[in-house]
Design a binder for this molecule. Structure first.
Ligand SMILES: Cc1ncc(COP(=O)(O)O)c(C=O)c1O
Length: 407
């Protein structure tokens, strides 16, 4: 496939990436999503909007975030060099603010007074609460009770920022149920509210909009690496939950001679219910208003999923990822809980960077690959910082004594 005109061709007018994507909506929401699509298509060609977004990124978010060479970690593994795109240094500590500030600007342009969302790890909730405070909007965040217990610091941050955090106690009480609850709210309140979906998932135009707002990550990283080194990395990699940090990081490299690898959570094992590796073990289906690859139970409903990283435990994946896999441009691999925790402690000890458990999956894969490659360079998107995970990790794994030495 020729990727030179990729961004102009995908998605098509119906929000399709090949057979994936689209918008499967209840009748009464169709006009609301049309209104969002129309507003987005208006402002994304407006110089006022682009200039304001650039100003916000520079002055409020602290962009560009740097690219960093992990010299010690690389040396411990051999001769292959590992680099990080430091989205952990983006304001609020993760990539999520990139699309939340865009969605906040869109809400302002559309005259909406309220923004709502689901959150898993709490990073999207914190980012959206931040955008709401910045733009003076009301904000409600739906979060599963299990995730609330795991991510207490982020729950506190959302509340301090003025958001109403609503605990979700149905089903497994994690991300999927939080999405269901947020959709329910949106159905009742779409006239005053925008549902700012937290990843590159959901009905059209969200996979496209979130991707476009996250594109800055890969665009910066590509230019920064090229300037540092005079060439491009051999491999770029990122963790994949719904797929927002990865799609924005990957696409600027799509037409380059660079291997692109998404890393999904293998959790405790490859048994259904023990992981959330939709791309590796799932099949095509429709969920939450879009067609993609998903994990299903025996009845064909979304299967229960699990990962140590709350932000990765979603039973489907953004439709553009499914498409890029089918056309052979992006490969998807897995990292287990244990490998992610190992990477969490090693990056902390050897580089002084505590990564989010989500991002630790990509670091774990890069560490494994570096040993196999022996030489060359790997650029990892470090999607977020790990402060939010510290209590949980310390309670279950101590201070990482077991992981300090390389085998
Ligand atoms: C730090 C971090 N990285 C990655 C993710 C996964 O989301 P996505 O696949 O949309 O980037 C999350 C989700 O909460 C997150 O908090």
């Amino acid at each position: 496939m020729d990727f030179t005109r990729y961004l102009k061709q995908y998605p098509d007018a119906d929000g399709r990436f090949g057979k994936y994507g689209g918008a499967y909506l209840p009748e009464q929401l169709i006009p609301a999503f049309r209104e969002i699509t129309h507003a987005y298509q208006t402002i994304c060609h407006s110089s006022d909007f682009i200039n304001e977004l650039r100003r916000i990124r520079r002055e409020f978010q602290g962009r560009p975030t740097p690219v960093y060479h992990c010299k010690t970690l690389s040396r411990k593994l051999g001769s292959c060099q590992i680099y990080l795109k430091r989205e952990d240094l983006n304001h609020t500590g993760a990539h999520k603010l990139n699309h939340c500030m865009g969605e906040g600007l869109l809400a302002q342009f559309m005259g909406k007074k309220r923004i709502i969302a689901e959150t898993g790890a709490g990073q999207h909730g914190v980012a959206l609460a931040t955008a709401a405070a910045f733009f003076g909007l009301e904000c409600t965040i739906y979060m599963g009770e299990v995730d609330i217990a795991k991510q207490a610091p982020n729950v506190a941050r959302m509340k301090v920022l003025g958001a109403n955090v609503v605990p979700v106690s149905t089903g497994l009480k994690t991300l999927k149920e939080a999405v269901d609850a947020a959709f329910e709210d949106y159905l009742q309140n779409y006239e005053t509210t925008i549902y700012c979906i937290g990843s590159a998932v959901g009905p059209h135009p969200f996979p496209m909009m979130v991707r476009d707002f996250q594109f800055v990550v890969g665009e910066e990283a590509r230019a920064q690496f090229q300037e540092m080194m005079g060439f491009l990395p051999d491999v770029v990699t990122a963790c994949v939950g719904g797929g927002s940090n990865s799609i924005g990081f990957f696409l600027p490299f799509v037409n380059d001679p660079v291997d692109i690898v998404g890393v999904e959570p293998l959790g405790r094992s490859s048994n259904l219910g023990d992981h959330a590796a939709s791309m590796s073990y799932g099949t095509e289906g429709v969920m939450h208003g879009f067609d993609s690859i998903m994990l299903k139970d025996a009845e064909g409903n979304p299967a229960p999923v699990y990962s140590i990283a709350s932000g990765l435990d979603y039973p489907s994946v953004g439709p553009e990822h499914a498409f890029l896999r089918d056309v052979g441009r992006v490969k998807y691999e897995v990292a287990s809980d244990e490998e992610a925790v190992d990477a969490f402690f090693k990056l902390s000890r050897y580089e002084g960077i505590i990564p989010a458990l989500e991002s630790s999956h990509a670091v774990a894969y890069a560490m494994k690959l570096a040993k196999q490659m022996g030489t060359g360079s790997i650029l990892v998107n470090l999607s977020g910082r790990g402060d939010k995970d510290l209590d949980y990790v310390i309670e279950h794994y101590g201070y990482g004594e077991k992981y300090a030495d390389f085998k």
